[in-house]
Design a protein around this ligand. Structure first.
Ligand SMILES: Nc1ncnc2c1ncn2[C@@H]1O[C@H](COP(=O)(O)OP(=O)(O)OP(=O)(O)O)[C@@H](O)[C@H]1O
Ligand SMILES: [Mg+2]
Length: 1030
């Protein structure tokens, strides 16, 4: 949502915070330009575009616009859609590089303190966050980021213009592979301002690293380096009289640098060598010389310092001493030592300090390059970042400012060439008429400085090289001779009266593109020669300090040819840089200073106006607008404004150019207000665009509502479709799962059935793998079924589940076991009474089973203890037989011995005798001892005959009775009287002895009706049916 707002804010917020792109300014006056800058600056909007050029105005305060959220906002977004930002430019360069697969560079220019270095760091940080990353790439990325603190410590210093002024030029290539990953980097460094090592103007400092070391290093390291924690003790640190400044925290910076050194692969041992060199410079600065009697230089007695220098640089102290006080002159084969004056000695000392520091700086850059190097040979595209020292003017300007300002002049020339060229090419490419714009071309100044044989550098070199007494002043004279009429060159001698007042005799003045600078010629020759005495150079080659040794031996001491002068070297390096840059697509950041006193929020109008002027921003703007304030590719223009025309909304199906034509016709553009190029539309006046933009603004709200409604519907539909699809998918999946399960189940079943059938077919055979399972199944099945169908009672002999053959043996064993179990259960379950009864039944069985026909029917009749209640027996009778225990009573029918008349009687069995009782009378007492036999028929009748011993006269003869409970009665009797053997089952008839000697008989026969009667033969006739009915 925020992004959306910001995007729209790009054009709509123009009235409130000025205009974000100067190209859209209604009038191209300087006044309007400055006012716009001021308006935006007062709102902390430090960035403004001129087309794709970014103007940056130093706010001198931390703004919250460089956080990761901001980076996110700018990633991959169209350049003009968001408010101007350095991230937008970085992102646009990056994406153009990726899509067009070519090389780019970002030229950051502006005077000292305008914010170039800060801008280059912001860009690097943006790439570090926005590019794709891997662990490997992260280390490259860290090295690129961390190269900054190291190089700034060694190459930046506080000047009057800037507390962190770059004192060297830096061009850094960031290499990207085809995926857009940052895979390597390379730095080119340009002329370090070495003179700062030995001299600083008032209010300025030496390079940061010296102060960082003294303030930040641990006591142990300081001791090791022979240093004390007090910058005031070192001459090289105190000339500017501002060793300590509140805006710089050397102690903290030291920590950052130490850490950064580690990241760029400079380990502890190299650190020691590196800091030894830094410390040695401080010791060198404290070496002082005094004149001897002849005025020649001798080292002052503080030889400690010399010892420290020799220790730290790993060179012989004696030879070093010699190097400071004598010069070696080679004459034919001889070497002569020529003593120095004090000035020479100081020169030699300072030359050594500058040389070792300068060489060490180059070594550092090389080491950093090694650590960032990408060895993968595949093709890379690069984005180069150019951050050089800005144009600067001091109270006294020397050789260094001359070089620095010349460098800026060259870059301005490059900028003019590239912007004009690019613009012209665009108009040509688009077939648009091109109206040339007048601008100041600073080529004339570049030529003044660098032209072969005629330029200032050429003359300086000549003076340096020519034999004779060339001095800085003779150089000035030569200049005056050669440049006399040059419009950009003036000296005291050449100047008119007015100007002369502002010039010293030893000065020359150049009218640079950025303003006048007066240079003092003192030191130009020496600095340009940058000579180091040979004996000292040779000594350094033997140094035990590996960095010094390496640096000086590569200087090729064997080559006696005079090296190129500093200015010439610098000139060639800039030429090479121009070639490097010309081969790439350019992006520009123009940094402006808001005020000279580094005050936040202060807008010094005159200063800004001056910069706007000399940076050629107005010209650039005019070139950009050359008739057309605004241009945009057809598709992009159409994309933004298509809602304004029914024919192009919501889609234009044809060629975008035609669509744009239709659109602008609909909007009523007049023919002179716009031109159609090959790929872009060019709009002449900003107001035309504003009118369009305002229309778009109005239409947007309406559209937003429509879009919202459409979108909601679309979203709901989409959601529904998604859900439906999901449901179908799940259903299909589920069905699939089910089907697979089913198939598996069937396959399993087929297998099991097959095995079952095979088992069935081979069931008769011995157990094999084929039938074992089947047999097991059969066994289990049988056992299960058997379990369900076991006989429940002991008497159930028929229920037994018939076994399969394989189980027949088991079945038999189980059957027996089961019956035994049932019997056991049964036996356990019966009461003693029942047991007694069963025992009686058993007796009955032995007596009658298979003998008497009515026996089987009686089995089910339970026996009872007695059949007549004691109350039903006459008490007299009971009284009579009191002594004998009554064991059993039963009603009987007694047949008289004579005539066989039936008489109901009670039969009482006691322990000793059986009594036939008729109410109160005992009719007969049969002692068991006299009971010799008991007979019954084999038929179904109930006749019992007691055979009684007849010798006893008291006995009445045999007793014939009929008893319904025949078996019970006889069984009891047999037990009570122990007469088991006396009971006989007789076939046909029974003989009876009615009296002693008088016999009769009972005849049994089978007839249709049971009857008992006296037969004609005098016997008792008993007729029975086959099955006895009762
Ligand atoms: N975008 C910014 N936001 C806040 N402060 C800034 C910004 N840019 C620059 N500054 C302030 O301005 C100071 C100078 O900036 P910087 O060192 O980048 O200048 P420079 O153009 O590199 O100068 P020189 O040519 O001397 O190297 C910084 O130390 C910082 O305090
Ligand atoms: Mg800088």
């Amino acid at each position: 949502m925020q992004v959306q707002l910001d995007m729209e804010g790009a054009l709509t917020a123009r009235d409130r915070v000025g205009i974000q792109d100067f190209v859209l300014l209604d009038e191209t006056t300087e006044e309007a330009f400055i006012n716009n800058l001021k308006k935006r600056f007062s709102n902390d909007l430090i960035y403004t575009y001129i087309g794709t050029l970014l103007v940056s105005l130093n706010p001198y305060k931390e703004l919250d616009i460089y956080n990761s959220k901001q980076m996110d906002i700018y990633m991959g977004v169209n350049f003009f859609e968001l408010p101007p930002h350095i991230y937008a430019l970085a992102d646009n360069a990056y994406h153009t590089m990726l899509t067009e697969y070519n090389n780019h560079f970002i030229l950051i220019s502006g005077e000292s303190g305008a914010g170039k270095t800060e801008a280059s760091k912001k860009i690097l940080q943006y790439y570090a966050v926005s590019c794709p990353s891997t662990t490997l790439l992260n280390t490259v990325r860290d090295k690129m980021l961390m190269s900054n603190p190291v190089l700034e410590a060694f190459g930046n210093a506080k000047t009057l213009k800037n507390d962190n002024s770059s004192r060297f030029g830096k061009y850094m290539d960031i290499q990207f592979d085809s995926q857009g990953d940052a895979v390597g980097g390379h730095i080119l460094n340009y002329l370090l301002e070495k003179s700062r090592v030995v001299h600083q103007n008032h209010g300025e400092r030496n390079f940061h690293i010296f102060y960082q070391l003294v303030e930040g290093a641990g006591d142990e390291l300081l001791q090791q380096l022979g240093l004390e924690r007090d910058c005031q003790l070192y001459k090289y640190l105190t000339q500017g009289e501002c060793a300590i400044v509140p805006s710089i925290n050397d102690k903290n910076d030291w920590k950052t640098v130490k850490n950064a050194l580690q990241v760029v692969n400079i380990d502890e041992s190299y650190n020691n060598h590196l800091f030894s060199i830094v410390a040695s410079v401080l010791h060198l600065g404290n070496l002082t010389f005094s004149p001897d009697s002849k005025g020649l230089a001798t080292l002052r007695s503080n030889s400690d310092e010399l010892q420290w220098v020799s220790n730290l640089l790993g060179v012989d102290a004696e030879k070093l001493h010699e190097g400071f006080t004598f010069r070696k002159i080679e004459a034919k084969n001889d070497q002569i030592l020529s003593p120095f004056t004090i000035d020479h000695a100081i020169y030699a000392r300072d030359a050594l300090a500058k040389a070792i520091y300068g060489q060490t700086f180059t070594w550092l850059v090389n080491r950093i390059n090694e650590s960032m190097e990408n060895t993968d040979p595949s093709r890379k595209t690069v984005i180069g970042l150019l951050d050089i020292y800005g144009f600067e003017v001091f109270y006294v300007n020397s050789f260094e400012q001359f070089c620095i300002n010349y460098c800026n002049e060259k870059l301005q020339q490059l900028f003019i060439q590239l912007t004009l060229k690019a613009e012209q090419e665009e108009y040509e490419a688009e077939g648009i008429e091109w109206e040339p714009v007048q601008f100041f071309n600073n080529k004339i100044i570049c030529d003044l400085v660098e032209e072969k044989h005629r330029g200032i550098i050429a003359i300086l070199d000549e003076e340096c090289l020519r034999p004779g007494d060339a001095t800085d002043l003779t150089f000035l004279e030569r200049l005056e001779d050669k440049m006399a009429n040059h419009p950009h060159f003036v000296t005291h001698k050449l100047a008119d009266k007015m100007t002369r007042k502002t010039l010293e005799r030893g000065d020359f003045r150049l009218l640079h593109y950025a303003g006048e600078v007066t240079y003092c010629v003192v030191g130009f020759l020496d600095k340009n020669n940058d000579l180091l005495y040979r004996n000292i150079k040779d000594l350094m080659c033997q140094s035990k300090n590996v960095i010094i040794q390496k640096c000086f031996s590569t200087l090729d001491p064997g080559n006696r040819k005079r090296p190129e002068t500093v200015a010439t070297q610098f000139k060639s390096s800039l030429l090479k840089l121009t070639e490097i840059l010309m081969a790439k697509e350019a992006w520009y950041i123009r940094c402006l200073k808001s005020n000279e006193s580094k005050q936040k929020g202060q807008f010094d109008e005159a200063l800004v106006r001056h910069q706007v002027k000399y940076l050629g921003l107005m010209e650039h703007l005019r070139v950009r607008r050359a008739g057309f304030a605004y241009r945009r590719k057809y598709d992009i223009f159409l994309q933004r404004y298509k809602p304004l025309c029914p024919a192009t909304w919501p889609h234009w199906r044809g060629d975008p150019a035609d669509g744009v034509e239709v659109l602008v016709q609909h909007l009523g553009y007049l023919p002179n207000e716009y031109k159609m190029g090959r790929t872009k539309i060019f709009i002449r006046h900003p107001r035309t665009l504003y009118a369009t933009e305002d229309a778009f603004e109005r239409c947007k709200h309406e559209l937003a509502t429509r879009l919202q409604a459409k979108y909601k519907g679309y979203k709901a539909k989409g959601e529904f479709r998604k859900q439906k699809e999901a449901a179908t998918k799940i259903e299909t999946c589920w069905r699939g799962v089910q089907a697979r399960k089913e198939r598996e189940k069937r396959a399993w079943a087929v297998k099991v059935i097959k095995q079952f059938i095979k088992g069935y077919m081979t069931r008769g055979q011995a157990k094999t793998t084929d039938n074992s399972e089947y047999l097991a199944f059969v066994r289990q099945n049988f056992l299960n079924r058997l379990k369900e169908n076991l006989p429940k009672t002991v008497l159930d002999k028929t229920t037994w589940y018939s076994p399969p053959p394989v189980c027949s043996e088991t079945s038999e064993i189980l059957r027996k076991l089961h019956y035994r179990l049932l019997v056991r259960k049964y036996v356990r379950g019966i009461t003693p009474q029942r047991k007694a009864q069963l025992q009686l039944k058993l007796v009955a069985s032995t007596l009658f089973k298979g003998k008497k026909e009515s026996y089987p029917q009686s089995i089910a009749q339970p026996f009872v203890d007695t059949r007549i209640n004691e109350q039903d027996i006459n008490p007299r009778v009971i009284q009579m037989i009191r002594n004998e225990h009554i064991k059993y009573t039963v009603p009987v029918i007694k047949y008289d011995r004579n005539g066989f008349k039936p008489r109901p009687r009670q039969l009482i069995l006691t322990q000793t005798a059986a009594y036939v009782v008729d109410d109160a009378k005992i009719k007969q007492r049969v002692l068991y001892t006299s009971l010799k036999g008991i007979s019954v028929s084999s038929l179904t009748d109930a006749i019992v005959v007691f055979h009684i011993t007849c010798e006893d006269p008291k006995q009445k003869g045999d007793l014939v009775m009929q008893c319904d409970y025949l078996f019970e009665f006889l069984t009891k009797l047999s037990v009570i009287a122990n007469k088991r053997d006396a009971i006989h089952v007789v076939q046909g008839s029974i003989k009876i002895e009615v009296q002693a000697g008088k016999e009769n008989g009972v005849d049994f026969s089978i007839g249709p009706e049971p009857m008992v009667y006296k037969g004609k033969n005098g016997h008792l006739m008993v007729v029975t049916t086959r099955t006895r009915t009762r």
